[in-house]
Design a protein. Structure first.
Length: 482
């Protein structure tokens, strides 16, 4: 272990890394069940496709984390990215509705869309191996690099207090498009403005969700104050137990009911039939060259800057950046992301990217690839133990997300508030990231603001050519490619 991960050099040990890996897994575990649910249209897709996507999610995430562990030696977790998977689902739906010859089902349309992910992954792999993506990271102004961490912190707070605690999740439920936001809906849930029969009936569940989150948060804070490295993991476990007890006592439901009829046998047959190496390039080209290029560019831009933002922001929190704001082994970390995307395409899922939830493992003390290895092994285990991972309540993971978000938000102290060229892009990123739910879009807005400010204040020569190019690309994306 010492030779592989250089634990002493990184001032950590096996116990700390294992706890950090488990912590990251628990905050990321939701993606295992959520990703296939997002990628499939139950009115058109089949159960076999859902099974295939589920296995692809576990396998591609695990392989990406193994590469991160052994090649980059970084504690970051990877999985199919939120936002990108929702966008991919809309693309599949559009292809399914286009009436392309040969595409007679949602499952077939899914195989056509996987071609986009494969091309994106190969492009990223080439760019990573030739250090081009690394040069893009270095082109980011120091202020933007420093501002990514607090911006992600606010995004984590928004997730913890908002969409992670979704109560109304039925497809035909009007609330499903506006997830329960505890600092809005809970405190106003019984007022005339917010009241509805459904909301009032769900009030006990809302109370339990809020209580679980805050109790878990306070447990984490107190334990962290006492310098207990497993504070985040312990807090989530305690919050889970509280939530399970609350469901049994106050909601009269069995939190483990899903385990009764759950299948622990992986559906490898469905994977082989539906998605494994099932690329439909013949029908893919029938979409239209301009549309194909547009889709590939859109996926590339969003994924590239989501990954860059997560790596830089989380590394900043872990003090992994040097005096110039650069992270060692950035090339290797980006390569892990690219490999994950290629494997995801081959097995059958959308773009694999670095998860902001990795910050929870970093806060638990994770500093090396051993953390990523443990998280990856947990994802592999979920191929057989998925029903167990599924019973971890969202409210418990919210405790960790809120705590880590608060800590990352403190990164604002590194910003020079007397320098408007730093303050302007950082302020834009901090507000844009939680609103757009996109790290990439927020960085793009920050780059544009920085470039425009320097251009009109007589400091145009201080901005690198690559920064101007990136700003222009984002402008074109925002106004031409939605």
């Amino acid at each position: 272990m010492e030779k592989l991960f250089k634990l002493k050099e990184n001032k950590t040990n096996v116990r700390t890394e294992v706890i950090a890996g488990l912590t990251t897994f628990m905050t990321m575990a939701y993606i295992i069940m959520l990703n296939p649910n997002l990628l499939i249209d139950w009115n058109k897709g089949s159960q076999a496709l859902w099974n295939a996507i589920f296995l692809a999610t576990c396998i591609s995430s695990a392989i990406a984390m193994f590469v991160m562990a052994f090649l980059a030696n970084k504690p970051f977790g990877l999985a199919p990215g939120m936002g990108l998977n929702a966008f991919f689902a809309t693309v599949v739906g559009s292809i399914s509705a286009m009436g392309i010859a040969g595409v007679d089902s949602y499952d077939k349309a899914f195989q056509v869309a996987l071609c986009i992910i494969l091309i994106e992954g190969v492009i990223f792999l080439i760019l990573s191996l030739f250090s081009i993506r690394e040069k893009i990271v270095e082109a980011l102004p120091l202020g933007i690099r420093l501002g990514i961490s607090p911006a992600i912190g606010l995004m984590l707070l928004n997730i913890g207090f908002g969409s992670n605690n979704q109560i109304f999740d039925h497809p035909n439920d009007p609330f499903s498009q506006n997830p329960f936001f505890m600092l809005r809906d809970f405190f106003g849930s019984l007022t005339a403005k917010a009241a509805s029969d459904k909301m009032i009936n769900a009030f006990p569940e809302m109370v339990l969700s809020v209580a679980t989150t805050f109790i878990g948060l306070f447990i984490i804070v107190v334990l962290a104050h006492k310098k207990i490295k497993a504070s985040v993991l312990i807090g989530m476990l305690c919050a889970s137990v509280i939530n399970w007890g609350g469901q049994a006592i106050f909601l009269d439901t069995n939190p483990f009911a899903s385990l009764k009829d759950a299948s622990f046998v992986p559906a490898f047959g469905d994977l082989a039939e539906k998605t494994l190496f099932k690329f439909d390039f013949a029908n893919f080209l029938d979409i239209g060259i301009f549309t194909v290029i547009t889709l590939i560019v859109t996926f590339c831009i969003i994924d590239m800057f989501d990954t860059i933002g997560t790596l830089v922001g989380t590394a900043s929190r872990a003090n992994m950046l040097d005096e110039n704001g650069k992270m060692p082994q950035m090339k290797e970390a980006l390569t892990a992301d690219a490999v994950g995307t290629v494997v995801g395409a081959v097995t059958g899922t959308s773009t694999v990217t670095t998860f902001i939830e990795s910050a929870s493992g970093v806060e638990a003390g994770g500093r090396t690839g051993l953390t990523a290895l443990v998280t990856g092994l947990c994802f592999l285990a979920c191929i057989f133990l998925a029903p167990i991972a599924a019973i971890i309540p969202a409210a418990a993971t919210s405790s960790a997300l809120i705590y880590v978000g608060i800590l990352m938000f403190s990164g604002l102290k590194k910003i020079n508030f007397d320098d408007m060229s730093q303050v302007l892009p950082v302020a834009i990123m901090v507000i844009a990231m939680p609103i757009t739910s996109s790290i990439g879009h927020a960085i793009g807005l920050g780059l544009i603001c920085y470039s425009v400010f320097q251009l009109f204040t007589g400091n145009a020569k201080k901005v690198s050519i690559l920064t101007y190019v990136l700003s222009l690309i984002f402008l074109l994306k925002f106004f031409i490619v939605v």
